[in-house]
Design a binder for this molecule. Structure first.
Ligand SMILES: Nc1ncnc2c1ncn2[C@@H]1O[C@H](COP(=O)(O)OP(=O)(O)OP(=O)(O)O)[C@@H](O)[C@H]1O
Length: 663
């Protein structure tokens, strides 16, 4: 027995050899909710019970916002039920008293009849109230979940990009995600807690009315039951946490074996059998762990039941003694026994529900915290209007350091983006090009220095106005799992006319792509769904450029727009983007393809966050020690000295003709 208890109650972590080999140990997410692991195990029941009003408060506020009628219905139904419960017990007492009176059976039954009828009416009212509460809860739960999810999504969508990239905020975001689901669960649990409290008050009230001496007896039977329920709940929580860790590891391996991204290596490198072996080993460890936990639960429940049984026996012995010594009538003893049973069952359920409430509230509190934090870090609304695109946007000694980074990504940089010009940003990997365009687009605010939109400092400007002027396509632009049409329209969702979409598609060549797809522009671009199609990287860039064109913006930012295009498509693409400047748009190009940027009006060269030079292609090529010249020649030399970089030069009428580089 001792060995069994030791085995089932051991608390140390069981990690399979496979988990150690693949992940270096148990696979734990760095998510916020993991911070709560075992939190409740350390919480005493008293502490959890004391927190109930606070925990219930925030859920009730949400419920009040979601549907106050449903909330009021539940409240009234629950209070009504507790009244019917107490009244039912008192009426039962009347019935028993009448039945135990002197006289023949018929006269005793006659005497009991009025109380019996009242009892039936009370039971019907109680049932109707319980149904009302169930209906109200069913109506309220999805609304609360929807409201909580909307508040979560709104907070996430409005947060500054800095916040989204900040590890702490992301952690909070991930944990708050569970809060929306928990808010829904909390409604049902709150109702159960309220129900439990009222039932307990009703039972205790009746017991006190019958004989105040019975109240300690109720406690005597209820306390061990409460202790048992708490112990079982705590073991269940611990078991869930351990089980989750194994499941998480197994699910990850499972996903890796079936994922499309790993399909090539799974086959060519024969990773499949390797991972399957580990999957099998992890599965066995998990099964052993589950068996151990199930044994543990059974033992705990057995002990809890035994304790509750002993307490019941002692209580009923006490009741028997009171009856035998003439301190209590048989009718009162019977009613008291009933009230004690009802009360102790309510208390057991109450303890269980309070602990569940505490567990769920951990996630709901994360959601509350996230809402506050998201509000604090939201992109500010209002500010100085920037209704017209200015003559130029200027970076004045701009520095920027990412959160959690020591070295600045941009260091006292001065840049000018004149209206209608093509500006190229070039430089080695990590030199700060993408960071500069994110600042230009208003996605980040400088850590030092100023970005001036005309005369307006970006920090004081209405950011929504700024975003309205910007169309941006970055390296990892979103490949929405929607139709081709929506993938273009989403550049400016409110422009939905067929003509606009077709024009944008024709601009980038996405019209030819659509013609080759089974449902044209209506083809779903998501292989994971039925009828969905997958595009190649280059085809996606064509779609991205159509999206860029669809957006009616004055500042067009294209960060590596051609990296996946074939040479012919790349030439066309650069030319197309450059031509946007002819319409008065300011075009900012970030690219490693020197041939593509050489026709820009201004080329800025960045190196480790510093601006090292600027000028036109001709000016930069004329400087012997120019880093731009070095990069350009390096690329040109890859094709051999007899084949210098050749790209069409845009002509005034938009047609292109080949031109060799000046070098
Ligand atoms: N979200 C981020 N959080 C923290 N650091 C970042 C983030 N994005 C970029 N950095 C860092 O900032 C520096 C500049 O990165 P940036 O992406 O602007 O370079 P880049 O010139 O666009 O590079 P590439 O040519 O490789 O795209 C790098 O050191 C990079 O590691």
């Amino acid at each position: 027995m001792k060995r069994l208890l030791k085995r089932v109650w051991k608390t140390e972590q069981t990690v399979s050899e496979s988990e150690v080999a693949l992940f270096g140990g148990a696979l734990r997410y760095d998510f916020g909710w993991v911070r709560h692991e075992y939190a409740r195990l350390d919480t005493k029941f008293g502490q959890a019970a004391l927190m109930v009003p606070t925990l219930v408060g925030s859920t009730l506020r949400l419920a009040w916002q979601a549907d106050r009628r449903a909330l009021l219905t539940i409240g009234i139904a629950e209070v009504g039920q507790s009244i019917t419960q107490a009244a039912g017990l008192l009426v039962t007492n009347q019935v028993i008293q009448a039945l135990l009176k002197d006289g023949d059976n018929a006269s005793r039954l006659h005497a009991a009849l009025p109380a019996l009828i009242v009892g039936c009416i009370i039971a019907v009212v109680g049932t109707v109230l319980a149904c009302l509460s169930t209906a109200g809860t069913g109506r309220l739960e999805p609304k609360v979940e929807r409201l909580a999810t909307e508040q979560f999504l709104e907070g996430a969508a409005r947060a500054e990009l800095e916040a989204i990239e900040d590890g702490e905020f992301r952690t909070l975001l991930d944990s708050a995600y569970f809060g929306a689901q928990s808010s829904r669960t909390m409604i049902g649990v709150c109702v159960a807690v309220v129900n439990g409290v009222f039932s307990l008050i009703a039972a205790a009230g009746v017991v006190t009315v019958l004989s105040p001496v019975l109240l300690p007896l109720l406690l005597l039977i209820a306390l061990p039951r409460g202790w048992g329920a708490m112990h079982v709940a705590r073991r269940r929580y611990a078991s869930r946490m351990q089980w989750i860790e194994h499941e998480r590891a197994k699910r990850l391996v499972n996903n890796l074996i079936t994922a499309r991204e790993s399909a090539t290596e799974i086959r060519v490198h024969q990773v499949g059998p390797f991972l399957l072996d580990h999957f099998h080993e992890m599965g066995q460890t998990a099964e052993a762990e589950q068996t151990r936990l199930a044994d543990g639960r059974a033992v705990t429940e057995l002990i809890a039941a035994a304790m509750a049984g002993l307490a019941s026996a002692a209580t009923f012995a006490g009741l028997g003694a009171l009856w035998l010594t003439g301190h209590m009538s048989a009718a009162t003893v019977a009613t008291a026994a009933l009230a004690i049973r009802t009360g102790s069952a309510s208390l057991g359920a109450l303890v269980d529900n309070i602990l569940r409430l505490h567990e769920e509230s951990l996630y709901v509190r994360d959601l509350d915290h996230f809402r506050d934090e998201a509000e604090r870090r939201a992109i500010p609304t209002g500010g100085q209007p920037v209704s017209d695109f200015p003559d130029q946007v200027t970076f004045e000694n701009v520095s920027f350091t990412y959160p959690e980074r020591d070295t600045p990504a941009l260091h006292e940089v001065n840049l000018t983006f004149p209206r209608g010009a093509v500006i190229a940003l070039v430089g080695a990997n990590g030199s700060g090009k993408s960071t500069a365009v994110k600042l230009l687009a208003g996605l980040h605010r400088p850590t030092a220095g100023r970005i001036l939109w005309g005369q307006t400092d970006l920090v004081e400007a209405d950011r929504v106005d700024i975003f309205r002027h910007v169309a941006a396509l970055d390296q990892g632009f979103q490949r929405w799992p929607f139709t081709l049409r929506t993938n273009i329209q989403i550049g400016q969702p409110e422009r939905n006319a067929d003509d606009d979409i077709t024009r944008a598609a024709a601009y980038s060549g996405a019209d030819k792509l659509a013609a080759a797809l089974p449902r044209g522009l209506g083809t779903l671009l998501a292989r994971q769904f039925r009828g969905g199609q997958e595009l190649s990287g280059g085809q996606w860039q064509t779609v991205g450029q159509a999206r860029l064109r669809h957006r009616q913006a004055s500042l067009v930012i294209a960060d590596e727009p051609t990296s996946a295009l074939d040479p012919e498509a790349e030439i066309e693409s650069f030319e197309r983007i450059r031509r946007l400047a002819d319409e008065g748009k300011t075009v900012v190009l970030v690219s490693h393809r020197m041939a593509g940027v050489q026709h820009a009006d201004i080329i800025y060269v960045l190196d480790e966050g510093h601006l090292v030079e600027s000028g036109s292609h001709q000016e930069l090529m004329a400087r012997p020690d120019s880093p731009y010249r070095r990069m350009y020649l390096m690329q040109a030399n890859q094709y051999g000295s007899t084949a210098p970089l050749v790209l069409p030069t845009p002509s005034a009428n938009g047609e292109s003709h080949a031109a060799s580089t000046p070098d």
